[in-house]
Every structure is written in C-alpha cells, then in structure tokens.
Design a protein. Structure first.
Length: 213
C-alpha cells in the first residue's frame, strides 16, 4: 500500500514557518480582470461547459459568503461543493482517497474531519500573511481531500475565498495550476510566494490601469 500522503502533509504543514514564508501584500486589491471567472470560462469551459457553469455558480456563492465574512468551515465548503458537483449530497469521504493515478493516498482516520476543520479555522489567523493563509488553505483542501470528487476545483475556490474575505481578487490564476505533492515543503512555501507575486502583480496592473484612464 502507498504511504499516507495526508500524514506527510500534516508533518510538512507544521514544519513550514508560514509567518515568514512571504512578506505582507497589499489589500484590498480590486482586479481589472476577474481572473478566476476567466479561468472558469476558458480552461474549464473548453473541456466541460456544464462543469464551468456549476463552478461559476459556486464562485458567485463564495463571493456572497466572503462579503458576509463567514468563517471557513467544512459546512461552508459543503455548500460550495454541492454547486461544484451539482448534487445535493456531498458528505465527507468515507474511506481513503487517492490521487495522481493512485500514487498519493490520503488516509481516513477517526480524526481526519476534525483535523481538517481545525486547519480551516487557521485560515483566519491574522498573524500569518494573507498569501500564506490562502496557499495553506488550498493545500489543506487538496491533501485532506474531503470529498470523493471535485477537490481540485474546491481548493481553488478556497484559496480565492481566503483572499476575497480580505478584499483581494486576482486577475490571473492560471499559474496556480501546477501539480503539488504532499511531502514537498519547498513546493508549499513556493506556492505561498507565488500567491504573493500574483497579488502584487494584480495590484500593479490595477493601479496602472487607473492612472491611464
């Protein structure tokens, strides 16, 4: 049997100094282009129009929830995932999950859901820079793999939600679409750095656009 990648992620997660992984980024940031909606309409729609429509509906819900600053919980993710998958029943997975052609296994224990919810609550820890919190929440969804299907899409929505609560939208998300590995601490820190770069680039382009009008 493959090793437990979720256990590896939980170890890596504790090893990373998320508070110093990136510098603080500007907030709020209002993008001139809606990067996530554009991604849904381009990359996703070209493969599956119905999936893109569901993802856009879920995105609209995440933004409504962000405007009310609702805490990030498993219950909230469940509401989004119903829209992502177009099904009314999306319970926490009932067994081990697999990804990357079965090369990564995410074990299920009696404490998996509880541990996941604890990690989600940490997305509101203001002592950690925003980019680190968003990247960490993305990886939490990816590696806890809470649902049988749709976790990659949910991870992207979760990252965007953590940013949106602080008034930050990205004008591009394509660079985030890279394979991540649960035992890769350098890769996790690099994702936080990438999110910070995307925030600053969005802020720069938005500022430049305002000055040019």
């Amino acid at each position: 049997m493959t090793t437990d990648a979720l256990a590896a992620w939980c170890r890596v997660r504790k090893q990373i100094d998320w508070t110093s992984a990136v510098d603080e980024t500007p907030a709020p940031v209002q993008a001139t282009v809606d990067g996530l909606a554009t991604w849904c309409d381009a990359a996703v729609r070209s493969l599956n129009p119905a999936r893109a429509d569901r993802l856009l509906a879920a995105l609209a819900q995440t933004r409504a929830d962000a405007s009310r600053k609702r805490p990030l919980t498993f219950t909230l993710l469940t509401q989004w995932q119903r829209l992502v998958l177009g099904t009314p029943d999306v319970p926490f997975r009932q067994g081990d999950a697999f990804a990357k052609g079965g090369r990564e296994r995410y074990a299920l224990t009696l404490h998996t859901q509880r541990d996941f919810e604890h990690c989600l609550r940490e997305s509101a820890d203001l002592e950690v820079p925003l980019a680190s919190r968003a990247a960490r929440a993305y990886l939490d969804v990816a590696f806890f793999h809470p649902f049988p299907d749709g976790n990659a899409r949910l991870a992207m929505l979760t990252l965007a939600y953590v940013l949106e609560v602080e008034g930050v939208q990205l004008d591009q998300v394509g660079p985030l679409q890279t394979t991540r590995y649960a035992d890769d601490s350098a890769g996790a820190a690099d994702l936080a750095a990438l999110v910070a770069v995307l925030i600053r680039a969005t802020h720069h382009r938005a500022t430049r656009a305002r000055w040019s009008t």
